[in-house]
Design a protein around this ligand. Structure first.
Ligand SMILES: [Zn+2]
Ligand SMILES: [Zn+2]
Length: 261
């Protein structure tokens, strides 16, 4: 199972970046986790978007879904004719909220482009060779971390979340933790997000094999983020950059090994 970063920015994208978007591939299966502004162009750089098996939207903040409108146009007006409806998994009520922005005709086209499914905490969703399990996290509205497994290894994408028991439950035992680290350190606790230090502590608490920080505030110093998270975690840490790839493989389970190092 391979992770490709398509968008690593929080809220707005700096030059050359995009908002939330991460591609997970295993064999012939490709699923997209979040589809924020700028993600579709980056996706098209690495994969024909028509080959997606499913899209998962973690929550209803614009930096996580805006390019679904663009994806809808791509699907509906594909050169070979309208694509079959694409499975789209998103929080309860969000599909209708998105359609409200469109004209009557646009809303009908939007509904025809996707097969919408509501995310339910703990309900496993099969997408080709992958299984995705949403876990509700603490972000002030319905937001779901997404655990993705190929049967051997597990990736946990935290989505946007405050630190705490919900995030720990979502991340428990994962091989690769793709964690949001939105907040500059001096803003810890100011919003339902994590700092790099908090994301590192979450990886440590969860016994994750490795940590990749994403959803970074565009002006944050990413090397400093990496260093702070590594100090809190004690395991390998990277900061996501557009088009970086990570192989997700099983890790040795015993977290006490790491504490002793
Ligand atoms: Zn966000
Ligand atoms: Zn959010």
């Amino acid at each position: 199972m391979r992770l490709t970063v398509l968008g690593s920015s929080a809220s707005y994208a700096a030059a050359g970046q995009a908002c939330a978007g991460h591609l997970v591939q295993d064999g012939g299966t490709a699923v997209l986790l979040d589809c924020g502004n700028g993600v579709l162009a980056n996706l098209a750089t690495v994969l024909d978007p028509l080959r997606l098996a499913a899209v998962f939207v973690s929550h209803g903040h614009p930096d996580h879904f805006l390019d679904l409108y663009a994806l809808q146009a791509l699907l509906r007006y594909a050169p070979q004719g309208p694509a079959p409806p694409l499975d789209l998994h998103l929080p309860p009520g969000h599909f209708e909220r998105m359609r409200c922005l469109l004209s009557e005709r646009g809303a009908a086209e939007f509904a025809a482009a996707f097969r919408a499914h509501e995310l339910v905490d703990g309900m496993r969703v099969e997408a080709g060779d992958l299984v995705v399990e949403p876990r509700e996290v603490d972000h002030g509205e319905h937001a779901f971390a997404l655990r993705v497994t190929d049967g051997a290894a597990t990736l946990c994408y935290t989505a946007d979340t405050a630190p705490g028991p919900d995030a720990e439950r979502a991340a428990a035992g994962c091989d690769l933790l793709l964690a949001e680290a939105t907040l500059p350190e001096q803003y810890a606790g100011a919003a339902a997000h994590m700092t790099a230090t908090e994301a590192g502590a979450l990886a440590q608490e969860a016994g994750a094999g490795a940590l990749v920080l994403t959803h970074a505030w565009p002006t944050n110093d990413r090397e400093e983020m990496r260093a702070l998270a590594a100090e809190a975690f004690g395991g390998p840490v990277s900061v996501a950059r557009e088009f970086d790839t990570y192989d997700v493989v099983p890790h040795a389970e015993d977290p006490t090994d790491r504490e002793e190092r």
